[in-house]
Write a protein that binds this ligand. Structure first.
Ligand code: F6R
Length: 603
């Protein structure tokens, strides 16, 4: 995820911005830049790669703020969403006399770009951000009033964003706005000093109090003070940067579970328009001649692939099969040119998946990668890249990568269905309406988290876990079992519920815990009878369902919805929280691989 910093004051602006960007490094980025406004001049410096590259470039330039009495600056670390990670696409973005940094996505940037182009504005980057600064200058040229221009600009933007904007026409001001992406402001300890950042870590040490802006709040910061559009609440800054990086959560995994409802919104922005799914990244005739999809991946990404296989066949009516990359690359696969070869990877670097992609390329297949890291090896090789926009994942157990992958793959299945004309208008409309509700399903409810915390006590011992489900809830069961194994080191297996009777049921006894995924809208009666069989053999049952189930020893209630995919995402959150709470109760550091996970104190 991108990071933003800003500074107004008398200290060395470069230094403060660079230090601030370093505090945001943990969020992941592929390029960085700063712009400094002082005495009617704006200097800018950008670099691809590490912040060190930016520092080296600044050192070689004449951009020196240490001797200035006063300066204003904005800085940014970029995680590419629109356009490759290049210097031109790095922020800050320039109009003629103003610069902007931006987190989030401007959904209607294409319309704005077209409109501004007709007024003679020239664009140099491939980003959505650049329209903001041009729009601002368009209005400034009209009104000759920067505040009015800024207000008019933000009124036109659709999507999720936080923005800092500086302009030569107002030498001592930063214009800011928050809508969907985080932005915090602090007054420095020194008179006339103001700091901005997209999370509070860069602010620690400079000021005491902070405002975490609410959506819709905008304003102007000057050395004389800050004007906010709405009332704001000042609170005390956290004392430790470690705590600040985790945004108050105990572990990165926990933070990332809670972040899911935001990042899936990012994954959908610009891709759902009214009653249509749009992927600008896919060429017009890409699926012409495609009769089959083969997906290859590892681990959690493999579970997203399996989930997608149900959706591709159900919605796009395309034959779909899934292979574990480490198996695929050592067999002698029969590949035919009517197959679209899709790899899924959070990192874009997993060796087996990368190798599988190369094999498909060599065989002349059309290829696609669904990936979280732009400019990774897989994105450089595949014909088409679809970014999942989850931001960096710090926790060792993948969480938000899986939810964004699944949402993107679901959208892809609808996109292919549209292209092939195999979906009715009503079904498509219903699917799209449901997609829009996914962020709500992924929102962690306090009572659900509390329930998982309480239940974690019971599920510490025993001789193993079966996670069971049917249809897309089978890959979800696999994912639940993987999460538990990976961070709790307890034996767990994911199983298709209907397979239990073919052998594994022999293991059932009270020390065998069954986590049963029982959605209301997909084969409820079938899964119910599978769970009844396990209960009859005294297995301890934890049912996750919107419908009460008498035979369950424990019951985690999910919300009643009208679509199985919303149940899917709700249950995903429950499984992630349950495995995390069990792991924490066992005294593990859930953010670390097992060999490094020291015992930690449970709060
Ligand atoms: C599980 C996990 C791994 C990864 C797998 C693939 O929590 O993190 O199973 O999913 O190593 O990695 P990517 O998606 O980067 O190819």
């Amino acid at each position: 995820m991108c990071g933003i910093v800003g500074y107004i004051g008398h200290k060395d602006c470069n230094n403060i911005l660079i230090n601030g960007l370093k505090e945001l490094e943990y969020r992941g980025y592929d390029s960085a830049g700063i712009a400094i406004l002082h005495s009617d001049k704006i200097d800018v410096c950008k670099a691809v790669g590490k912040i060190k590259n930016l520092e080296d470039k600044i050192a070689k330039s004449d951009l020196n703020t240490s001797s200035l009495d006063f300066s204003i600056g904005i800085g940014h670390t970029r995680w590419a969403t629109h356009g490759k990670p290049t210097e031109i696409n790095a922020h800050p973005h320039l109009g003629e006399y103003s610069y902007v940094v931006h987190n989030g996505i401007i959904e209607n940037y294409k319309e704005l770009k077209d409109e501004l182009s007709t007024h003679g504005h020239k664009f140099v980057s491939q980003t959505d951000t650049e329209v903001i600064v041009h729009l601002f200058e368009y209005y400034f040229n009209q009104f000759k009033d920067a505040t009015k221009a800024f207000k008019n600009t933000i009124a036109r933007l659709e999507g999720a964003y936080s923005i800092l904007l500086i302009t030569k026409s107002e030498e001592d001001k930063i214009y800011f706005m928050k809508h969907g992406s985080p932005l915090a402001i602090s007054k420095g300890n020194v008179e006339g000093e103001i700091l901005f950042a997209s999370s509070d870590a860069p602010l620690i040490g400079y000021g005491k109090d902070v405002v975490y802006l609410e959506d819709g709040t905008y304003g102007i910061a000057t050395p004389d003070g800050i004007i906010f559009s709405d009332e704001v609440k000042w609170t005390t800054l956290p004392s430790s940067k470690q705590i600040a990086q985790k945004d108050g959560f105990r572990f990165f995994m926990e933070k990332e579970i809670y972040e899911q409802h935001d990042v899936v919104t990012d994954a959908m922005i610009g891709r759902i328009q009214d009653d249509k799914i749009i992927f600008d990244e896919i060429q017009k005739d890409f699926i012409v001649g495609i009769n089959e999809i083969k997906i290859c991946a590892c681990g959690t990404s493999y579970h997203a692939a399996l989930t997608a296989s149900y959706l591709f066949e159900r919605l796009s009516k395309i034959r779909c099969n899934v292979e574990i990359a480490s198996e695929f690359r050592y067999k002698e696969p029969l590949l035919t040119s009517d197959t679209l070869f899709v790899v899924i990877s959070q990192s874009g670097e997993t060796a087996d998946t990368l190798e599988a992609l190369k094999m498909a390329k060599t065989a002349g297949l059309k290829t696609m990668v669904v990936c979280n890291v732009d400019n990774s090896s897989m994105t450089r090789i595949a014909d088409t890249t679809i970014l999942t926009r989850a931001g960096i994942e710090k926790g060792v157990a993948s969480t938000k990568a899986f939810s964004t992958q699944t949402v993107v793959l679901w959208m892809l299945s609808l996109y292919f269905a549209q292209k092939k004309n195999v979906i009715s208008y009503d079904v498509l409309k219903k699917e799209i309406l449901t997609l829009r509700e996914v962020p709500i399903s992924l929102k962690v409810e306090d009572n659900v988290h509390e329930k998982c915390r309480r239940l974690s006590k019971r599920y510490l011992h025993g001789h193993g876990f079966f996670f069971i489900g049917r249809d897309v809830f089978f890959p979800l069961a696999l994912e639940g079992a993987l999460k538990l194994k990976e961070i709790s080191y307890l034996h767990a297996e994911g199983y298709p519920a209907g397979e239990m009777k073919h052998g594994p049921i022999a293991l059932a006894d009270p020390e065998l815990f069954t986590i049963a995924l029982m959605p209301q809208h997909l084969h409820y009666e079938k899964i119910k009878s599978n769970v009844e069989e396990l209960s009859a053999r005294d297995s301890t049952i934890c049912a996750i369902s919107p419908l009460a189930f008498d035979l369950a020893d424990d019951f985690i209630k999910t919300k009643e919805t009208d679509h199985y995919m919303l149940e899917f995402f709700e249950m995903l959150v429950v499984l992630q929280l349950l495995s995390m709470e069990i792991s924490i109760r066992l005294g593990n550091d859930v953010d670390m691989p097992r060999n490094l996970a020291k015992s930690v104190t449970v709060e």
